[in-house]
Design a protein around this ligand. Structure first.
Ligand code: SF4
Ligand code: SF4
Length: 438
């Protein structure tokens, strides 16, 4: 089979499961058990083979995205990425563009890195979970010291070099109760303009839960537990679905009052896109399968969240990327997202925006006992239901050739008629002055 015509997003992990931090919720650290004996760093031969195949796969596209992730990809050093840039640029066809992206914890960045990212216009995803005390709950060094100050130093450095940075904020038990504190910190104290909210759900079975609660990396270090998408229990660190719904609504209510068109929150963009019938994120698309993961030895997996033996498609040294991406196994993986939807999702009023969420999170049962409901369903119902009307308004504005930010005028009028001691119009039940009033 040949590769599908849509662009393919491959998250490449040049260091495999190696990281300098020891974030408590990071199950990727356990994946070093997957390919014992594999090189710790991506060899030049694999780098070149993979990048040639990736560019060739996008020969019919104007742009190709080269995405690096880890555990921590900057452990490779800047020279590795200079080589990667040179290999890609030598392979592009005339007029074709490249978007380099890298996801990092930021702790190893210095002026040399910042200059490299600026020169080649890397889009940098920087992991920050909020203000210091919230960030440092789980994002820690191996000696358990928090990493907040180190990542903020990186943020400042990248900003000084004019690098485009996307804040990647994991939402978990420690920060889910502080949505406005988290959002305002990013917007007002850091000046962030692009934000991704990533719910932490760590699955476990009755047998693995006590071990998982202690932290994946600690256990993996002793070779005792390998993370799989199995079990219908979650760790203590995982986000509570109802609380996550309120978290999203609270941030949306702040954003829709003040920041439409100036702050870009991925889920809000994705939701507006779905109102316009343009899907842009696998999690909330009907099917998936175009977001794969490459390990440092050239092994390709169906998805970054399914780096498990049953989801290995092959190795780019043996089979071209195009063949692996278009394989029956991968097409079936992508179709499974819609084929496995339970009846409750098929008849759900916000299915057009939700699409049942990611299959990795579908381990609950529906109201009538059917398996396969997303554990985050209460959050999705709350968020997609709450935002339905304003999103539809913004979609109408855009369809009419106007600007989505015109909706902020409606909220200004609404807020102007609300007393500071009255209930906040967002529906939280809190006084307006303690919630979304400025
Ligand atoms: S399994 Fe989930 S994260 Fe992976 S491609 Fe599908 S929707 Fe996206
Ligand atoms: S909100 Fe819940 S029921 Fe509706 S599509 Fe999403 S997961 Fe399914």
């Amino acid at each position: 089979m040949t590769a599908p015509g849509r662009p393919v997003h491959v998250l490449a992990k040049p260091t495999g499961a190696i990281c300098n931090l020891d974030c408590t919720y990071c199950f990727f650290l356990s994946k070093d058990a997957l390919a014992p004996g594999a090189p710790a760093r991506m060899p030049d031969r694999t780098l070149e083979t993979y990048l040639h195949q990736l560019v060739d796969l996008h020969a019919d596209h104007d742009e190709v995205t080269v995405a690096w992730q880890g555990d921590e990809p900057t452990l490779m050093g800047p020279e590795f990425f200079r080589r990667a840039v040179a290999i890609v640029e030598a392979r592009l066809r005339p007029g074709q563009r490249v978007q380099h992206t890298i996801q990092t914890n930021g702790t190893l960045l210095d002026a040399e890195w910042a200059a490299l990212f600026a020169e080649h216009r890397f889009l940098v995803g920087l992991s920050i979970d909020g203000p210091r005390e919230l960030h440092d709950t789980y994002r820690v060094w191996k000696n358990r010291r928090g990493s907040h100050d180190d990542v903020i130093r990186a943020w400042t450095l990248l900003a000084a070099h004019g690098v485009d940075v996307n804040v990647l904020c994991c939402v978990h038990a420690a920060n889910v109760g502080a949505p406005l504190e988290v959002y305002r910190y990013f917007r007002d104290e850091l000046g962030a303009r692009h934000l991704q909210l990533i719910p932490i759900l760590e699955r476990a079975t009755a047998e693995t839960l006590p071990i998982a609660n202690a932290g994946w990396s600690e256990r993996a270090g002793r070779g005792r537990l390998f993370y799989r998408q199995e079990g219908d229990l979650v760790t203590d660190r995982s986000v509570d679905p109802a609380a996550y719904g309120e978290f999203l609504v609270a941030i949306f209510e702040e954003w829709v009052r003040h920041d439409v068109g100036t702050v870009f929150v991925q889920l809000f963009d994705v939701t507006l896109g779905n109102h316009l019938e343009v899907s842009s994120l696998c999690v909330h698309s009907e099917t998936c399968g175009a977001a794969l993961a490459l390990e440092q030895n050239g092994d390709l997996y169906s998805c970054d969240h399914y780096v498990e033996p049953g989801y290995r498609l092959g190795n780019v040294h043996d089979t071209p990327l195009a063949t692996l991406v278009g394989s029956e196994q991968q097409v079936a993986f992508g179709r499974h997202k819609v084929d496995s939807l339970p009846g409750q999702c098929r008849t759900c009023s916000v299915r057009f925006a939700c699409h049942g969420g990611c299959p990795k999170d579908r381990f609950d049962v529906t109201a009538d006992g059917e398996p396969g409901l997303n554990h985050l369903c209460p959050a999705y119902l709350r968020f997609f239901g709450h935002t339905r009307e304003p999103m539809a308004t913004m979609a109408s504005l855009l369809r009419a050739g106007r600007y989505a930010d015109e909706i902020m005028d409606d909220y200004r009028r609404l807020d102007a008629t609300t007393g500071r001691n009255e209930p906040c119009p967002c529906g939280s039940g809190r006084k307006f002055k303690l919630c979304h009033a400025r």
